[in-house]
Design a protein around this ligand. Structure first.
Ligand SMILES: Nc1ncnc2c1ncn2[C@@H]1O[C@H](COP(=O)(O)OP(=O)(O)OP(=O)(O)O)[C@@H](O)[C@H]1O
Length: 369
């Protein structure tokens, strides 16, 4: 909620868009003082424009919405079903959830998605790590500990969403990644010097050469406009999810001490406080990066084991799974040697080699979307 002073200020102002109603919020993205109705229109129209200008969908397509029950994907499911109706996109929308097997977190958020299924009238499909990989995240964390578990979760989720979308026979998968997520990822890929990921992380649609294209309709949508800003940061905003009274799950993952990403996030929030455009500027910088034609890029192939897209002999999920199943849970973490490099140069992986490189690696989870 805004402080008393902020509330008083906006009480006395008229909406700068319609000049009819009282302004009830200052848009984080543009700093305009506007009324609730104009905020809804501006928020939804911007997303509609992004969808149209980038030709994200074609009439008749089946689209899976990656639904975690969290703020972004809940707002995405709501807005996309509204826009689909209003603008006759002609899409068949589905909710697709991945149950990572995190007791006390994902089981609760899945209850939210089950309610969203009824509230928005969208069919729901749930796929689980246990059924796809034979492991839950609770079991993985027992094997690897809290450090680096985000790597497993990110890699497995990516594939799980693709596999779920294939089961639903959808043409596209959309996720609720927002502008803040995008800016963070640009920054993290720069910090890691990961040219290949940097060149594709700002694309609104990725994976067109893979099993299923993925789109991010919230690419330019500020997190602060999606949901109320965390109260501990002392900055309160009435935002879309709040005004629309949407039913979402707001607890952080109990296994997410992803410190490196957390620093990037805080850095971007600090920049945004000084200059709200900073988030868009970072995304634009990412979009404008050009990789020299002489830079060697990884070639896309398929995993020898599971057939999933991979630039190595084994995809990352198979490397991680192989490590888990052989009691070497650190295999494939960071820049450790794994079956891919071992196969290439005929080396046998020694646990001590892995431990040494794990110390140098940083827990970033996956920096791809
Ligand atoms: N368990 C899941 N099942 C289905 N989709 C998921 C799941 N986890 C993440 N996603 C998809 O990936 C997007 C980004 O997820 P991430 O956890 O990085 O960010 P988030 O800001 O917490 O998103 P959200 O608020 O939607 O949970 C989500 O918006 C959603 O579309």
């Amino acid at each position: 909620m805004p402080s008393g002073e902020e509330a008083k200020k906006s009480d006395s102002r008229q909406c700068c868009i319609c000049s009819l109603r009282r302004a009830v919020l200052k848009r984080p993205k543009t700093q305009q003082q506007i009324c609730r109705e104009c905020f809804f229109s501006a928020f939804e129209n911007e997303i509609h424009q992004v969808i149209v200008e980038n030709q994200l969908f074609r009439p008749g397509e089946r689209v899976a919405i990656g639904a975690s029950g969290g703020k972004d994907s809940t707002v995405l499911a709501y807005v996309l079903s509204e826009l689909n109706r209003r603008h006759n996109y002609g899409l068949d929308l589905y909710l697709l959830s991945v149950d990572e097997g995190i007791t006390g977190y994902r089981d609760d958020s899945l209850e939210t998605v089950k309610r969203n299924e009824v509230q928005y009238g969208l069919p729901l499909k749930i796929v689980s790590y246990k059924s796809l990989y034979g492991w839950t995240m609770d079991e993985i964390v027992k094997a690897i500990g809290l450090k680096n578990n985000c790597t497993f979760c990110g890699v497995f989720r990516r594939q799980a969403l693709d596999r779920g979308a294939a089961l639903l026979k959808t043409d596209k998968l959309v996720t609720g990644h927002n502008a803040d997520d995008m800016a963070e990822t640009v920054l993290l890929n720069i910090l890691r010097g990961d040219i290949a990921r940097l060149s594709r992380c700002t694309l609104i649609t990725t994976g067109e050469d893979g099993p299923i294209p993925r789109c991010k309709p919230f690419k330019y949508t500020y997190e602060k406009e999606i949901v109320i800003y965390p109260p501990h940061l002392k900055n309160y905003f009435y935002t879309y999810a709040y005004f629309k009274k949407l039913d979402y799950f707001s607890t952080e993952c109990i296994y997410s001490p992803n410190a490196y990403r957390g620093f990037a996030r805080e850095f971007i929030k600090d920049l945004e406080r000084i200059r709200p455009r900073a988030i868009i500027d970072i995304i634009r910088s990412g979009e404008n990066f050009r990789i020299s034609t002489s830079t060697k890029m990884p070639e896309q192939g398929t995993c020898e084991l599971c057939g999933y897209i991979s630039s190595q002999k084994w995809c990352k999920a198979c490397v991680l799974l192989d490590g888990l199943n052989r009691g070497l849970p650190r295999q494939g973490i960071g820049r450790t040697r794994g079956p891919n490099s071992a196969k290439k140069d005929g080396l046998k992986i020694q646990p001590e080699m892995e431990t040494e490189s794990v110390v140098r690696s940083k827990p970033c989870g996956t920096l791809d979307f």
